[in-house]
Ligand binder design. Structure first.
Ligand code: GDP
Ligand code: GDP
Length: 455
């Protein structure tokens, strides 16, 4: 009866949407200045701070949600590369490599006013070898007269070049139609593949927090990372590691080791790899260096894991170095700087002494449990009824929005849809989330709450 006023199809649509698993990923690659960021902005339909005046400035974010013709997907912008560090060809090749590893489809952007360069040709080779679907964007075709330049790009052998003006929007619709055809309905990497399979863990954190030390400690091997040359060892990207009697898959362990050699200025590369690892993982173990102040970079990594909807464990590493004073300030910092994951299980470890290594697995298991929790609809609504009665939404403009009913549309992470008689204020939504956590746990997992308002 509570569903009265809602079209059953609308309810179902909302549940589908909220219950979606990971979205398919589209990577936008190409040389600097061909217009990748402009195109990404066009696709996501927002003027987010993607395009910037200064080249080479590290961007906070690399991945954005987009929607075209009713389908949602993720767009990864590889445009923030710091090419000074690696040189043009290496940086563009690394972008392509990243795209190949992580994306379900690729948009390859070429500046049609320049034509195909040697660098473009090199990327084409990489893309072709990877076998991922590629849509060729002949960018900067601002008017009819540019069409011929676009046609010339047939020579790349990637099929039809789509003439596009990312700046003005011309031709982007046709290109996005082609993108949708290239993208799978659901990403290739599905959760819960078959029944189980090893759980996938991304060990993430800024450089020098101790990721490779921890990895070596838990893997029970003493690899001498610093002497390994990038690309010389054919490490498998992911590694199976037995912990606490359970086999886990650690994602992109090769990247954890390799990154050591990229040194200064490779932040953007690190953040691409982190995003890719998080994308593939179920659980993010976020390492924080407890001997140093919690930084903006730490927070970005936290945000990445939360926005990706992963189960989260926070490990405060280098615990062996702490004195009383630092410990005091650390606790204050955690309260203020890591409030957004106050729900995450925490372990205080030392990769050097091995302190509390045995607590890692229980913390991971707790997080996975929260991540997979499903609250039966009956129980949820009994609970919602109670809190709505005890703590009604404040009256606004003479009206009092009410939650009519709710349901959990999905897990991994838990997603809820609330149906309401009016707009629910941010503060009230936060209150509901807090109460849901108090009631049902959800330790170690972000939870999503979307609200549908009856018109
Ligand atoms: P990125 O380095 O590949 O991300 O390139 P940007 O998106 O930063 O664009 C580089 C420059 O090309 C900027 O000055 C853009 O305004 C310009 N640009 C991008 N797309 C177009 C387009 O379709 N037409 C024209 N005329 N300029 C464009
Ligand atoms: P990564 O860049 O995150 O992989 O960090 P590394 O594992 O390379 O560690 C960076 C530095 O921190 C190295 O000098 C390590 O020996 C040191 N380190 C890592 N973990 C600990 C720890 O628990 N205690 C102390 N004292 N030092 C650590």
């Amino acid at each position: 009866a509570a569903q009265e006023g809602f079209d059953p199809e609308e309810v179902e649509g909302a549940l589908d949407e909220a219950g979606h698993g990971p979205l398919p990923v589209l990577a936008v690659v190409g040389r600097p200045n061909v217009g990748k960021s402009t195109l990404v902005n066009r696709i996501i339909g927002r003027r987010e701070a993607v395009v910037q005046d200064k080249p080479g400035v590290t961007r906070d974010r690399v991945s954005y949600e987009a929607e075209w013709a009713g389908r949602r997907f993720k767009v990864v912008d590889t445009g923030g590369w710091e090419q000074d560090v690696l040189g043009l060809d290496a940086s563009v090749a690394a972008q392509a490599e990243y795209a190949i590893e992580t994306a379900d489809a690729v948009v390859f952007v070429v500046d049609s006013t320049v034509g195909a360069t040697d660098t473009d040709e090199a990327v084409v080779k990489l893309l072709r070898r990877a076998g991922k679907p590629v849509v060729l964007c002949a960018n900067k075709v601002d008017g009819q007269s540019g069409e011929a330049d676009a046609t010339a790009l047939w020579s790349l052998g990637l099929g039809e070049p789509y003439p596009v003006s990312s700046l003005h929007g011309r031709g982007t619709g046709d290109m996005l139609d082609a993108v949708l055809e290239a993208l799978p309905e659901a990403p290739a990497q599905k959760f819960g593949t078959a029944l189980g399979g090893p759980r996938r863990i991304a060990l993430i954190g800024r450089p020098n927090v101790g990721k490779s030390s921890l990895l070596n400690k838990v893997a029970g091997e003493d690899r001498v990372v610093v002497n390994e040359l990038a690309g010389t060892t054919r490490d498998p990207v992911d590694e199976l590691i037995n912990l606490g009697g359970i086999t886990w898959k650690f994602i992109d362990t090769a990247g954890i080791r390799r990154r050591v050699h990229l040194q200064e200025g490779a932040d953007y590369y690190a953040s691409l790899r982190t995003a890719a690892a998080v994308e593939k993982a179920e659980v993010a173990v976020i390492l924080i260096d407890s001997s140093e102040s919690i930084s903006v970079q730490d927070q970005r990594i936290v945000t990445m894991a939360v926005e990706a909807g992963r189960a989260v464990v926070v490990a405060f590493n280098k615990w062996d170095t702490l004195d009383e004073e630092r410990r005091y300030y650390l606790e204050r910092e955690i309260e203020t700087e890591l409030a957004q994951i106050s729900w995450a299980p925490r372990v205080n470890v030392s990769a050097v002494t091995g302190r509390h290594m045995e607590k890692l697995v229980p913390a991971i298991e707790t997080a996975i449990e929260g991540w997979e929790t499903r609250v039966p609809t009956g129980r949820l609504n009994a609970f919602l009824g109670e809190i709505v009665a005890a703590h009604p939404h404040p009256v606004r403009g003479g009206k009092q929005p009410r939650i009519l009913f709710g349901t959990q549309a999905g897990t991994k992470p838990p997603r809820f849809v609330l149906f309401a008689s009016g707009f629910l204020e941010h503060g009230y939504r936060r209150f509901i989330e807090r109460r849901l956590r108090e009631e049902f746990g959800f330790e170690g997992t972000p939870i999503h709450i979307s609200v549908r308002v009856r018109e």
